[in-house]
Structures are given as C-alpha cells and as structure tokens.
Write a protein of this length. Structure first.
Length: 158
C-alpha cells in the first residue's frame, strides 16, 4: 500500500521481501539465543542476541526506506524458526538463511543498477555488504566449532 509518490514497484517488492526476511531473522536469532542459553552456552547466546539486534536494525532501516518512498510497511509472513540439537546445526541453518538474504540483496542491487536507481542501489548495497559479513562470520564460527575434531562439540545436547 502506498500513500505518497509512486515508487518503483520492483523496489517496493524487494523491500517487502527484505522486511519479511529480516523480521524472520530477528525471530530466528532470538529463539536460538534462548535455546543455547538453556544449554549453558552463554557466549553463543550473547552472539545470537547480538545478531538479532543487527537484523532488527536492518528491519528498522527498511521501514524507514519504505516510508521515504511513500509505502506503508507490510511484512507478509515470518518464516518458521530453524532449531537443532547442537550449536553447529543451528549455525548451519543460520548460514543458509543469511545466504538467502545475500541473494535477495544482490538481486535488488543488480535490478537497481539496470534501472538507474542509484539511491535504491546504494541502500541495498549497504545491506548486502552487511549480510555478506554476517555470512562470513557464521562460516568462521562454524569452522572454529568443527576444527575441534578431538574435542566434544560444545553445543552438543546430552
């Protein structure tokens, strides 16, 4: 639903999908933080809470952009939360989710570039850069967990 200037419909579509995914990420990381906190993985829970806050910041920026373009925010549907039996499983799910966000923002950047929408391109590029960083950080975290071949998985549930 728009209330102001006619914004590019494709950009509004990208923003709507992004808002749904970012709110889904907030729910995902918040639920996972609670779960691993119950496993007494305090540091991992804190990292996941931090991720939830970063994703909430992305949602806030997206809402601001939608309003600036004259569109009312309308996240359509939250994704189910992905859980697992250990920290590695959770992080692998998170990594796949982050890569989906990367794909969405990459597609939005390419569209805006082709359409000559430089302000929108810069907006999506900033989100793309941040989500790519999240994906790299998750890959590093997974690598750290899995490099302890002779150590028990610190996220294992017994």
């Amino acid at each position: 639903m728009t209330f102001g200037n006619a914004a590019d419909r494709q950009v509004l579509g990208y923003l709507g999908r992004a808002l749904s995914l970012e709110f889904s990420a907030v729910q995902l990381y918040t639920a996972q933080a609670k779960l691993v906190d119950g496993w007494s993985l305090v540091e991992a829970a804190e990292r996941l809470r931090h991720e939830a806050q970063e994703e909430l910041g992305h949602a806030d920026r997206i809402i601001g952009r939608m309003l600036a373009l004259g569109a009312a925010p309308a996240a359509s549907q939250l994704r189910p939360v992905g859980l697992g039996t250990n920290l590695s499983e959770l992080l692998r799910y998170d990594q796949a989710f982050e890569l989906e966000l990367v794909g969405l923002y990459d597609s939005a950047v390419r569209y805006c570039s082709r359409a000559g929408l430089s302000e929108d391109r810069l907006f999506f590029q900033a989100l793309l850069d941040e989500e790519q960083l999240h994906a790299r950080e998750l890959a590093g975290w997974i690598g750290q967990l899995e490099s302890g071949i002779n150590r028990p998985d610190p996220g294992a549930v017994f």
